[in-house]
Design a protein around this ligand. Structure first.
Ligand code: ZN
Length: 402
């Protein structure tokens, strides 16, 4: 079991003590990320008289933990940070439900990952899995000399602009090198997103070729670009987060299926919650720094918890009887896609890790199953299959007559 004692020590942090108004009851003695999220839900925000803003144009995201309710959306995004193998998240809902605010709020929660020091993106883990041939000759030499191949670096949050061209996305000829009659390829957005989070707002409005490139790269973890005589293969193991407003156009079912978790984001229907959300947004618009400061401690604890959960994840086991339960649900629902169980099990492992446990329990499956399994049933496929069955029966009937 991972040692969570650092959390308890947090309260004794001299820097935190220097600002007593920021110390919140929500974080004292928190044992896991899941517990923290539950507690912060009940936190009341202190709403001061509107103060003068400092006037510095600096991007301070609305604190993720200050978003009122929207539990499923928040949990899905945190699980994606804990376990990239889950296959990312698709947020589905009308405008103004805080989808983009939530994603941008992840900025303060991003974990540390090893980042390659090499152009080809070689990592020590490649040697662990593939041996010394798994890295480029330069890195093989560095490894032999005991030099580091990677440094720990914060995961970045990138956004794919809606007007991006395919060339921007996958990369293309380096125009500057071309001036000097050298043919060289330039990294695209997908290669830059390697090991990072890539957010695609309005993913349903992207061109089909871009969506295909995006999803293929995300699924395979690498992609190859060929331009005339030159080609290059790039790593692209990123956490994909998409959002869409179904009023503005549908997403092809086969694309929808390729996102791990699916969250239906609705507006808040409780009057008190709506009012609280309004107050918080108003306070943030007036003084983003003050609102961010009030959630600073919880945010730091959450970031640490996410890191701990990520480190715990490889040790989290899925017992056979729990897996069989999940498979039964999938079968009863009539979901064909194999991605259903991959996402269900990986999300449940992340959920157990977020709760600081090493064994997945049926209750973990229950928590993530709606997000992992909804919108996976293809109406086309079930119509197609029932037609097939009818035809099969008819064939049998025809043949049996003779
Ligand atoms: Zn290398």
């Amino acid at each position: 079991m991972k040692d969570h004692s650092t959390l308890e020590q947090k309260g004794n942090d001299p820097e935190a003590n220097a600002q007593p108004e920021m110390i919140s009851e929500a974080v004292s003695g928190v044992r896991s990320l899941r517990e923290l999220i539950d507690r912060v839900m009940g936190k009341a925000l202190y709403l001061p008289e509107i103060q003068e803003d400092s006037g510095i144009a600096e991007l301070i995201p609305f604190p993720f933990l200050a978003i009122v309710n929207q539990y499923e959306m928040k949990m899905a995004l945190l699980l994606a940070l804990i376990n990239p193998a889950m296959g990312g998240v698709l947020l589905i809902g009308p405008r103004g439900t805080g989808k983009t605010t939530a994603v941008r709020g992840l900025l303060d929660l991003l974990p540390l990952v090893p980042k390659s020091l090499c152009y080809y993106g070689c990592l020590p883990e490649d040697i662990e899995t593939m041996g010394i041939d798994g890295v480029c000759p330069d890195c093989a030499r560095k490894y032999a000399e005991g030099k580091p191949l990677a440094v720990m670096d914060r995961v970045r949050l990138g956004e794919l602009p809606l007007n991006a061209r395919l060339e921007d996305v996958i990369g293309g000829i380096d125009e500057r090198a071309a001036v000097h009659h050298r043919l060289r390829l330039q990294r695209g957005i997908l290669a830059q997103a390697d090991r990072n989070v890539l957010y695609v707002d309005e993913v349903n409005l992207l061109d089909d070729d871009i969506v295909d490139a995006l999803l293929n790269a995300a699924a395979q973890g690498s992609y190859t670009v060929r331009r005339g005589p030159v080609s290059a293969t790039y790593r692209s193991r990123f956490i994909l987060i998409g959002s869409m407003n179904p009023e503005e156009g549908n997403l092809r079912p086969q694309i929808q299926d390729r996102f791990g978790l699916r969250v239906i984001v609705r507006g808040l229907d409780n009057d008190e919650e709506r009012l609280e959300a309004y107050r918080r947004v108003k306070a943030y618009m007036a003084n983003p720094r003050s609102v961010a400061a009030q959630f600073r401690l919880e945010t730091e604890v959450a970031r640490e918890e996410i890191q701990l959960a990520r480190e715990l994840l490889p040790e989290v086991e899925l017992p056979d009887e729990v897996a069989k339960l999940g498979l039964r649900w999938i079968k009863e629902l009539g979901v064909d896609s194999l991605r259903a169980e991959i996402t269900l099990f990986e999300a449940a492992r992340a959920y157990a890790a977020a709760d600081a446990r090493q064994v997945v329990e049926p209750s973990d499956l229950k928590q993530v199953a709606p997000m992992a399994l909804r919108l996976r049933k293809s109406a086309f496929m079930s119509d197609y299959l029932s037609q097939q069955e009818a035809e099969q029966a008819q064939l049998k009937f025809i043949m049996e007559k003779d």
